[in-house]
Design a protein around this ligand. Structure first.
Ligand SMILES: Nc1ncnc2c1ncn2[C@@H]1O[C@H](COP(=O)(O)OP(=O)(O)O)[C@@H](O)[C@H]1O
Ligand SMILES: O=C(O)C1=C[C@@H](OP(=O)(O)O)[C@@H](O)[C@H](O)C1
Ligand SMILES: [Mg+2]
Length: 176
């Protein structure tokens, strides 16, 4: 039994693709943001308003540490999880980490009408996505066991790409 963790930018499809992957493999699915919302009883933007980004990050780190002891689980993280070096250490040590790498143009198209991502509620969200991508892409790569290029395929196509990549990953790790 494995733990599969999805990382990547806002709009990469971690929540959507993760849920579909879990369904197809009869694994449990947890989305970190949804779990934080369930536990606090409020939406992510409200946590940012009341506790600031730092408060949200504390909750995110605690939850990541808690959930990554489980196997048979698909975990969709929030896009900022890789900012904290302690979170990166947790990700590297536990589970198979899949980076959904999606072009910034597509990320912007997918998130432009969404009001639930506080970091994109700025006058120029497109520029914000570019700068977050520049900062975070190296961090996603640093923790990833597998990088799946997305943007063109539908969620089902992404799931199949992940399945293939995980099979190859198992083959490689068995050879060593
Ligand atoms: N492979 C895909 N093809 C088309 N649309 C997608 C795909 N993956 C996600 N989406 C859409 O993009 C938006 C953001 O997806 P989401 O899963 O919330 O991303 P994340 O959790 O990485 O921020 C949603 O509206 C979702 O339906
Ligand atoms: O990139 C980020 O810093 C964030 C991404 C969001 O999750 P998604 O990546 O699922 O949108 C959510 O955790 C929060 O708004 C912060
Ligand atoms: Mg999500």
């Amino acid at each position: 039994m494995v733990l599969v963790v999805l990382v990547g930018m806002m709009g990469a499809g971690k929540t959507t693709v993760g849920r579909e992957y879990a369904r197809r493999h009869q694994m449990r699915f947890v989305d970190c943001d949804h779990e934080i919302e369930a536990r606090t009883g409020v939406k992510v933007p409200t946590i940012f308003e009341i506790e600031g980004e730092a408060g949200f990050r504390r909750r995110e780190s605690q939850l990541l540490d808690e959930l990554t002891h489980e196997t048979g689980l698909v975990l969709a993280t929030g896009g900022g999880v890789v900012l904290d070096p302690a979170n990166r250490a947790v990700l590297t040590a536990r589970g198979i980490v899949v980076y959904l790498n999606v072009p910034t143009q597509v990320l912007w198209e997918r998130t432009r009408n969404d009001r639930n991502r506080p970091l994109l509620q700025v006058s120029n969200p497109r520029e914000r996505i570019e700068s977050l991508f520049r900062e975070r892409d190296p961090l996603y790569r640093a923790v990833a066991d597998i990088i799946v290029d997305g943007g063109r395929g539908n969620p089902g196509g992404m799931v199949r790409q992940i399945e293939k990549a995980i099979q190859n990953f198992h083959k490689k790790t068995c050879e060593h």
